[in-house]
Structure formats: structure tokens, C-alpha cells
Design a protein around this ligand. Structure first.
Ligand code: AFP
Length: 319
């Protein structure tokens, strides 16, 4: 069984990108072992302040953010980082080749119930030797050089791509290293499983209401087949299920706050997940455009997300 370090060493990736991936994933191994301690480490519960999103921060949001920030800022390959938990970008080395955007702990509302959470990361290359600015991060997702997530579940798994397909790794806890467990991921074009938070149904646009109505109508309805529903309340968990057995994940625009295009963040949730899904044969759109083509306007920009089985995404967008 090949280790991540062995796969990277035998790859054609630059040594500097290998270093960024190694530091990112090793830090996620440390986050994983911290999470496994749970309440024994006195790290559950609220941190007592809000992040830039206006969301209550959990202690582990702050802890995991600080672990990734300090590890990445310490390596010369990094020009700057952007994080869900940081209002502004954090510059590192003016000669650094890479920009990394991350959600240090996605699904943090699941922490205190011992449910799935994860780290999501997105990597861009950066030429020149000027100090980084927020503008440097406002690059379309189709320019990502790497994207991935680490899922902290019953086992800790790393799923990432550098643009030539998607592989899955499982953490060998004894050796503290990721082992290649699936060389190539493929998302089936069709599905009978959807993920959406139905409690928001009354706030959705009419087309999403009609689309989900027909899913729930099942065999007797216009889709003429039954569907199953899952909702992990952590994008990383719902996307991992899709990477494993297919499906469609939707976090649509809703009229609770019409000024917001959606709940999920483009730079460190939608873009990396869109690259993974597309690299696996799936599709990732907002209501109107391919996510990876969006020209960002801000590092915390929110978008609607409809991703997964290619034919089911097309079907959803046809309503
Ligand atoms: P938290 O990190 O605040 O738990 O939010 C997770 C998330 O951004 C995404 O991972 C989930 O898919 C989505 O929000 C869940 O949103 P709801 O709580 O509205 O279902």
C-alpha cells in the first residue's frame, strides 16, 4: 500500500507543491488526533466570539485554524493564506509560490454531537515576489492547482486532486500517515439520492421547490423513480458520500436573506469541492453558472451550490 509521501515523491508535482500538500495534510493529522480527544481535552463548546461571517466560533474552529495558519505561514513556499476564520488574508513569504484558502473545520456545528467534520483546502500558484493582497486570491476556481478535504469520521480520510483525477487516502493512525486506498474516484452520472436541508423549503425559489417536490413524489411522480435523502450538515460529509456512492448536494439561494447568493463560501468550500467533483466526472453549478468559472469579488463570498451526478445537476437546473 502506497503512502501519500511515496505517491508525492514519485509524482511530477513540483517539490514546493509537494511541501505545501505535505504540511497541510500533516497538520490535518494533528487536528484529527485533537478531535479524537473530544471533551477529555476540554476543547468542545463555544470560543466565546464570532468570526467574520457573524457565526459563533467553536473552540475547535479557532484551534484548527491556528494549527493550519502557523504550520503554513512557517514554510517559504506559502505566499499567503485565507481562512473562513480570518477576516483578511494573512501574508507569509513574498517569494512564496502558493496561496492557500481553507475552511479549517467545516461542519463545526457537528463537533459537540460527535458527528462528522472536516478541513477543506484550495491551492493556487502565484508568480512574482510582491507581498500578497486579497486581490491575489480573487482567482476563478478553474485556476486551482490543487484542492481537497480531510474528513474526520470513523476513519480520517484525505481526498484531493491536482487536476489529474481524484484519489482517496485513509489515515494509518499507528504510523500517522495517509495510505492510498482508492486510486481513482468516479461519480456516477445518475443517482437516486439527494442532500438538501428541507427545513428551508418555504424560503427556496419556485424552481427548487418544484424540483424537490418531484424527487419526493418518487415512483408515482414525474421522475418515475424513488429517491433517498441524506443531510450530514457538514458539506465535507455530504460531498464525501457523493464521491463514494454518487448523489446530488444542493445548498440553494433562499429568501431568508435575499442579498446573500447562498450560505456556502466560494473560495474555501464551493471551489475546492467543485474541482473534486468535476475531476470525478460530476458537475458543480450555482443556479446560473459553473462554479469554477465564477470570478470572485471577495474572499468570503457566498454562492449557491448544486453539485454531484452530472445528469441530476442538469435535471435540477432544467426546472
Ligand atoms: P458550520 O461550519 O457552521 O457547521 O456550517 C457548515 C456548512 O457551512 C456546510 O458545511 C453545511 O453543508 C451547511 O453549512 C449546513 O447548513 P445548515 O446548518 O443550514 O444545514
Amino acid at each position: 500500500m502506497q503512502s501519500l509521501s511515496g505517491v508525492l515523491a514519485s509524482s511530477t508535482l513540483s517539490k514546493s507543491l509537494q511541501e505545501v500538500l505535505t504540511v497541510t495534510t500533516n497538520t490535518c493529522i494533528d487536528i484529527s488526533s485533537t478531535l479524537k480527544k473530544g471533551s477529555l481535552a476540554g476543547i468542545l463548546g463555544m470560543a466565546g466570539n464570532e468570526n467574520v461571517q457573524g457565526e459563533e466560533q467553536k473552540k475547535l474552529d479557532v484551534i484548527s485554524n491556528d494549527m493550519l495558519k502557523s504550520a503554513l505561514l512557517a514554510i517559504p513556499e506559502v505566499r499567503a493564506i485565507a481562512s473562513e476564520e480570518e477576516e483578511d488574508i494573512v501574508p507569509a513569504h513574498t517569494n512564496g509560490e502558493y496561496l492557500i484558502a481553507f475552511d479549517p473545520l467545516d461542519g463545526s456545528s457537528n463537533i459537540d454531537i460527535n458527528s462528522m467534520v472536516g478541513t477543506i483546502f484550495s491551492i493556487y500558484s502565484k508568480t512574482g515576489n510582491q507581498p500578497a493582497t486579497e486581490q491575489d486570491f480573487l482567482i476563478a476556481g478553474n485556476q486551482q492547482v490543487a484542492a481537497g478535504y480531510v474528513l474526520y469520521g470513523p476513519s480520517t480520510m484525505l481526498v484531493f486532486t491536482t487536476g489529474s483525477g481524484v484519489a482517496m487516502y485513509t489515515l494509518d493512525v499507528d504510523k500517522s500517515e495517509f495510505i492510498l486506498t482508492q486510486e481513482s474516484v468516479s461519480v456516477p452520472k445518475d443517482t437516486q439520492e439527494f442532500a438538501i436541508n428541507v427545513s428551508n423549503q418555504r424560503f427556496w425559489s419556485e424552481n427548487i421547490q418544484n424540483y424537490t417536490h418531484d424527487l419526493i413524489a418518487g415512483k408515482e411522480g414525474p421522475r418515475e423513480k424513488n429517491f433517498n435523502m441524506r443531510w450530514v450538515a457538514a458539506m465535507v460529509g455530504d460531498v464525501h458520500r457523493i464521491m463514494c456512492r454518487g448523489g446530488i448536494f444542493i445548498y440553494p439561494w433562499d429568501k431568508k436573506d435575499p442579498s446573500k447568493a447562498g450560505k456556502l463560501r466560494l473560495m474555501y468550500e464551493a471551489n475546492p469541492m467543485a474541482m473534486l467533483v468535476e475531476q470525478s466526472g460530476g458537475k458543480a453549478y450555482t443556479h446560473t453558472q459553473r462554479i469554477l468559472d465564477i470570478e470572485p469579488t471577495g474572499i468570503h463570498q457566498r454562492v449557491a451550490v448544486i453539485l454531484g451526478a452530472a445528469n441530476e445537476v442538469d435535471k435540477c437546473l432544467s426546472y
